[in-house]
Design a protein around this ligand. Structure first.
Ligand SMILES: [Zn+2]
Length: 308
């Protein structure tokens, strides 16, 4: 009897607290966008925290030791994938020594798996193509259709980890999808009068957004993804913008405005600081508000400049 009791206590000690009590799953995400969507799906059955802040460039995040401590305690890690986080995340995961969240483990969720990915390179990928998008464009969350697919991926994986909560996650996903469908209709209607408006962006953060909402991105301040502006490229871009009468530039909050402002002065284009992420400015507190904010900003600018 004593031996059984000892075995039982040993088993109890070896079982993680969360699994024993079926307490909340501790979910970490690499970005605030994924945190917002995970919160929609997981509700009060999970705790969620994002690593990169929405006002930071998600390609280049400072790997702080505090992140390792948080990853050590995580049951789940949700990543954007497509190598968005390649520059900073792998050593953090490794140093966490948490077997639950290593790539390939049940607690590792790649949110890109069901998403529509644009700009997937064909043929051989070389450094000449730029530094940061070797597996297609990783900024795919900027299309609400992909937001639904990210939600589905998270719901599927959370359900595998917590089979008793499967119906709960499914219901939350259905509710999220319904609300997102309604919001998307509203956003599409807001931008419908301006279909085909030509814009320039700094980095390739907005191809999914542009495709969904009918913008025409004619060029980028960066010559290649991850490569800073060069004088020749800037000159070519200014000429293209003048020729095509481009009046709006979308600049992610973490880029230096010096070159965009110079281009704006030369071409008469308005420079908009447009966050591609939740948390990019303090008003953008969730995934819905991200589109609300960006679309309002854009519509106001188009009206003001008479851009086409
Ligand atoms: Zn990028």
């Amino acid at each position: 009897m004593k031996r059984y009791l000892a075995l039982f206590i040993t088993a109890l000690l070896l079982t993680p607290v969360a699994a024993r009590a079926q307490g909340k799953l501790n979910v970490m995400t690499t970005t605030e966008d994924l945190a917002s969507i995970a919160r929609e799906i997981g509700g009060d059955h999970i705790t969620v925290e994002g690593i990169a802040k929405g006002y930071q460039d998600p390609h280049f995040v400072e790997a702080k030791p505090s992140f390792i401590l948080k990853l050590q305690k995580a049951d789940v890690l949700v990543v954007v994938g497509r190598e968005l986080e390649i520059g900073w995340l792998p050593p953090l995961i490794q140093q966490s020594r948490n077997s639950k969240i290593q790539p390939g483990s049940a607690g590792y969720i790649d949110a890109s798996l069901q998403a529509t990915i644009l700009e997937v390179p064909t043929g051989q990928v070389t450094r000449a193509m730029g530094d940061v998008h070797p597996l297609g464009n990783p900024h795919y969350w900027m299309d609400p259709e992909n937001g639904k697919r990210i939600g589905k991926e998270i719901a599927d994986k959370l359900s595998e980890l917590r089979q008793n909560d499967k119906a709960y996650f499914a219901q939350r996903l259905a509710d999220f999808t319904t609300r997102l469908d309604a919001a998307e209709k509203r956003w599409l209607a807001q931008l419908a009068p301006y279909k085909g408006t030509k814009v320039v962006t700094y980095h390739r953060s907005f191809p999914n957004f542009a495709e969904r909402f009918g913008l025409d991105i004619i060029g980028y301040v960066e010559p290649k993804p991850g490569i800073p502006p060069s004088p020749q490229h800037t000159l070519d871009l200014i000429n293209d913008m003048k020729r095509q009468n481009v009046k709006v530039m979308l600049i992610e909050p973490y880029f230096d405005l010096k070159t965009p402002n110079a281009i704006g002065r030369d071409t008469g284009a308005q420079v908009l600081v447009m966050p591609p992420s939740v948390g990019g400015v303090k008003e953008i507190t969730d995934y819905f508000k991200l589109f609300d904010y960006d679309i309002n900003l854009l519509v106001e600018a188009i009206k003001k400049t008479g851009a086409k």
